[in-house]
Design a protein around this ligand. Structure first.
Ligand code: FAD
Length: 562
């Protein structure tokens, strides 16, 4: 391991997380010495949450940039600050600590930091497009670049969408492999000799399939979406760098969609990972399963890098804006263009075609999700307009429709994911049989979302009889996914090591051997009970001795195969 220095990202404070503009740490320019003075003026301004900071030598510390002339803050910017010296001791004026145990025992150190008038050179302001001159004059970024500045943030959010795919993929792999091995419940419980009928693999149970195939489908859906957004971003950046300023017009929508996708994908994945854990019954409660640790370590992603609700509401604001634009007769570009669509006519599921996973059926589902996103966005905008018309200010009006806004983001993301999967999957998967299996899984995933969120479709595009048709079709599809389920997990390509040597998810299926082996490694497991010295004084020794005289090991049955 070699490094020039280790750095932490120190933005969040004890008193402010989501409200980045409200951060209190100050960086005040001192023209006399050409330095910034980094200072934590209050307890609540202490940096709180920077990942890995305890073991870092440096941090980018986000502060209100003050020019020291009494003028208001020029905004929040990062400053490069050294935390530790060559001996690992804290630098003068710096206090760094560890915040304590978190939900996940596997979580790395997360720190706090406080700065008492720490002076750093002017050049330690980390900003490409803004400047503070030697005389202390502030030069803002050119307006054109202000939209461009979000690209770094978007890249991180797309990484988190891909992370959500990885979490779902690993959880589904572990739980589906285990469910293919685990047998529980008689094949014919009504038979005179039920024992002789044999037991069913738990993967053959309907509810188990629904839960696990949803996680598997989500893994692929999020994988394709992550890929599609990365390539869209790359294309925009390349065009902007080639001098096509107009390409940057797509950025606000991309920014809103990336925020929404981060919120939706991490929330969805956290729920699905935990559900995969529950699907393994008691074994999923064992840490050796790998699922318990995955669930507790993954859940932090919902909050880190932008709290889910706060990001979803940013997307909701963008949707409201897009609807207003469409209503003014202006063109709406990008993924929210659906706000200008005509309503989709009522659907007849039977007419989508009878080949599972066909492009006609997937196309119909993408259209259905698109129309749901449109309708829900329009309703959100109507409610928001009514709230402002009643006299509420912008923030109060937005808050009054926040629940609808959260939901509108979910609908927007479902459509974006469906659209991205529809275009990415055929391009990426060349093998016909693999494509057919994936298309079936994709159709199942999109259709089960329709079933689960039936209320959004009922009365608009699907009537009661059509909702019943959706239910039946979803059931048929999950039965079709079943034979390929393990192979679809295998093709995600997670090695046993990447699955944390999960006892349940191992590729060779030797789950019981692995569970027993892991249990045996407990330091408690010997013949003599650990703690006997302390506990034995309260036990009736005469009773134990009498029992030991009547119980023995015999040779009636053949020895167990272990
Ligand atoms: C595992 C982990 C790692 C992290 N790593 C880092 C790191 O390396 N560096 C760093 O700087 N930070 C880090 N963070 C902090 C993280 O960025 C913040 O936790 C996050 O931004 C949310 O801020 P908060 O915790 O203050 O929550 P709050 O902002 O207080 O949110 C609490 C609740 O209030 C709601 N809420 C807040 N504002 C609004 C609003 N405007 N509208 C509606 N609802 C609202 C939220 O939805 C949430 O339910 C990490 C956090 C975690 C969990």
């Amino acid at each position: 391991l070699e490094a020039k220095y280790w750095g932490a990202y120190a933005q969040t404070e004890l008193g402010h997380g989501s409200n980045v503009r409200g951060l209190e740490t100050q960086a005040t320019f001192d023209a006399a010495t050409d330095e910034f003075v980094i200072h934590s003026p209050t307890l609540s301004s202490m940096k709180w949450w920077p990942t890995g900071m305890y073991a870092c030598t440096h941090a980018i510390v986000f502060c209100q940039l003050l020019l020291g002339d009494g003028s208001p803050s020029r905004g929040v910017f990062g400053f490069f600050v050294q935390l530790r010296d060559e001996h690992g001791d804290l630098m003068p004026g710096v206090e760094v600590g560890e915040i304590g145990p978190k939900v996940s025992a596997a979580e790395c150190n997360i720190g706090y930091a406080r700065f008492d008038r720490v002076r750093v050179p002017r050049s330690h302001l980390v900003a490409k497009h803004i400047k503070v001159s030697r005389e202390g004059r502030f030069q803002a970024a050119p307006p054109k670049l202000s939209r461009y500045k979000y690209i770094g943030m978007m890249n991180i959010r797309v990484m988190l969408v891909r992370g959500a795919s990885v979490a779902c993929g690993k959880a589904a792999t572990m739980a589906i492999r285990y469910s293919a091995v685990r047998r529980q419940g008689f094949l014919d419980s009504q038979a005179a000799n039920a024992l002789a009928s044999g037991e069913a693999a738990i993967l053959d149970y309907g509810v188990q399939q629904r839960r696990l195939f949803t996680a598997l489908g989500a893994a692929y859906l999020l994988l394709w979406t992550g890929r599609a957004v990365v390539s869209q971003l790359k294309e925009i950046v390349a065009r902007v760098e080639d001098g096509d300023d107009g390409a940057a017009d797509a950025l606000p929508e991309m920014h809103a969609t990336c925020a929404g996708l981060k919120a939706h994908s991490t929330t969805w994945a956290a729920a699905l990972v935990e559900d995969c854990r529950k699907c393994c019954g008691g074994m999923g409660y064992l840490r050796s399963s790998g699922l318990a640790d995955l669930s507790t370590s993954y859940v932090g992603s919902v909050t880190a890098e932008g709290e889910a609700v706060v990001l979803a509401l940013q997307t909701a604001r963008f949707l409201i804006k897009s609807v207003a634009q469409a209503r003014r007769g202006e063109a709406v570009a990008g993924a929210t263009a659906y706000v200008s669509d005509a309503p989709l006519p009522p659907q007849d599921v039977a007419r989508w075609g009878d080949r599972p996973g066909s492009s006609a059926r997937i196309g119909a589902l993408v259209a259905l999700h698109r129309d749901r996103a449109r309708r829900v966005a329009l309703e959100l905008a109507d409610d928001f307009d009514a709230a402002t018309a009643s006299g509420l200010g912008f923030d109060a009006a937005l808050n009054s429709v926040a629940v609808a806004g959260w939901h509108a983001n979910e609908c927007h993301c479902a459509y974006v994911m469906a659209k991205n999967a529809q275009s990415a999957m055929p391009a990426v998967v060349k093998d016909d049989a693999a494509r057919a299996a994936l298309a079936t899984l994709l159709e199942f995933t999109l259709l089960q979302l329709v079933e689960e969120k039936g209320g959004d479709f009922a009365g608009a595009t699907l009537d009661t009889s059509q909702m019943r048709a959706v239910r039946l079709a979803t059931n048929e599809l999950q039965a079709l996914v079943r034979p390929d389920a393990v192979a679809l997990c295998d093709s995600l390509g997670y090695s046993d090591a990447q699955l944390g040597h999960s006892t349940l998810g191992r590729e060779d299926g030797q789950v019981y051997e692995a569970i027993y082996d892991a249990a045996r490694r407990s330091p408690l497991n010997g013949t003599r009970m650990v703690g006997w010295d302390v506990l034995s004084p309260v036990v009736d020794m005469e009773f134990l001795r009498a029992g030991a005289r009547t119980q023995r090991q015999g040779n009636h049955a053949p020895p167990a195969k272990l």
